[in-house]
Design a protein around this ligand. Structure first.
Ligand code: FES
Length: 289
């Protein structure tokens, strides 16, 4: 029913894919500026594939312009040279910061002079890149953005090399898993008048809501809360984006997947409602926390 001229409300950008902040708040360049200023000679490395370059461009541009002693190195994987997004902007960064910005294109379907930069980034190639192109021990922060397999491969390799987890930020498009039972948003469930129901209460935008969920349905908290409030935030429903994050104030849940919350958020009691199923008869959530 949308027409030209229709105005719609959209959410603010959210997420933790910003430099040196673990807050899932606004993806705010101001935060990057303040945080980067606290590090001496910050050296950042990004590994992106395809459109995974999008958030990394913004971070690279901001970091390089805000911190004069920063260096930024980018490993960028694509199928071919003609598919490289932001090719011009990347060229501009090289011209503007010739000593502080470096890009290494890895093309899976094109032969390059150095074979290291041709072919898919698999475990072997990644090790060569990390051994020969970037110095893992001298890096303040890592940014990984692309398909699940690549991001996971790099995370595993960095973990194996004992890189401090706190310095690794990643963003995924999807988990790469086929839609399974976890993707049940919109599943039709009704409270069972004769059966046992879980009572779920929640805060969202300053208003409280309540919904019942039959124990036998084993539905996610997101699926249940959407019955009471269609504006409960979510996007991927696959445990990747973090949009459905809420604080678990009371009760216990089973969280199936988590590719969005950082360790400290989990310790503070945050959960992904699209991945969490109740384990107790009462659940209290706060989407505003
Ligand atoms: S909606 Fe994306 S993680 Fe839950």
């Amino acid at each position: 029913t949308l027409e030209a001229g229709t105005q719609i409300d959209v959410m603010n950008p959210q997420g933790a894919f910003v430099s040196k902040t673990h807050l899932t708040g606004l993806n705010n360049p101001e935060v990057i500026r303040e945080e980067i200023a606290k590090i001496d000679n910050p050296h950042l490395v990004a590994i992106a594939a395809g459109s995974g370059i999008t958030p990394i461009m913004a971070i690279a541009q901001t970091v390089l312009s805000e911190s004069e002693d920063s260096t930024f190195e980018l490993i960028f994987a694509n199928k071919g040279g003609s598919e490289v997004m932001f090719a011009e902007e990347i060229g501009d960064l090289k011209d503007k910061y010739p000593t502080r910005f470096a890009v290494h294109h890895v093309l899976s379907r094109e032969q390059r002079v150095n074979p290291l930069f041709s072919g898919r980034i698999d475990s072997e190639k990644l090790q060569l890149l990390l051994d020969n192109v970037v110095r893992t021990e001298a890096i303040d922060e890592w940014f990984l953005c692309g398909p699940f397999e690549l991001v996971q491969l790099v995370r595993d390799e960095l973990n194996g090399r004992k890189v401090d987890e706190q310095t690794i930020r990643y963003e995924l498009f999807t988990t790469g898993k086929p839609t399974g039972s976890q993707q049940q948003t919109g599943r039709h469930v009704e409270a069972d008048p004769d059966g046992k129901n879980v009572e779920i209460t929640f805060n969202l935008d300053g208003l409280s809501g309540k919904v019942e969920s039959p124990e036998s349905a084993n539905e996610t908290l997101l699926n249940a809360t959407l019955r009471a409030r269609p504006d409960v935030p979510f996007a991927c429903a696959g445990g990747v984006c973090g949009t459905c994050r809420a604080k678990l104030v009371e009760g216990e849940v089973d969280m199936a997947e988590n590719f969005a919350l950082e360790k400290d958020e989990i310790e503070k009691g945050y959960i992904l409602t699209c991945q969490s199923r109740p384990k107790t008869a009462t659940i209290k959530l706060d989407f505003d926390a």
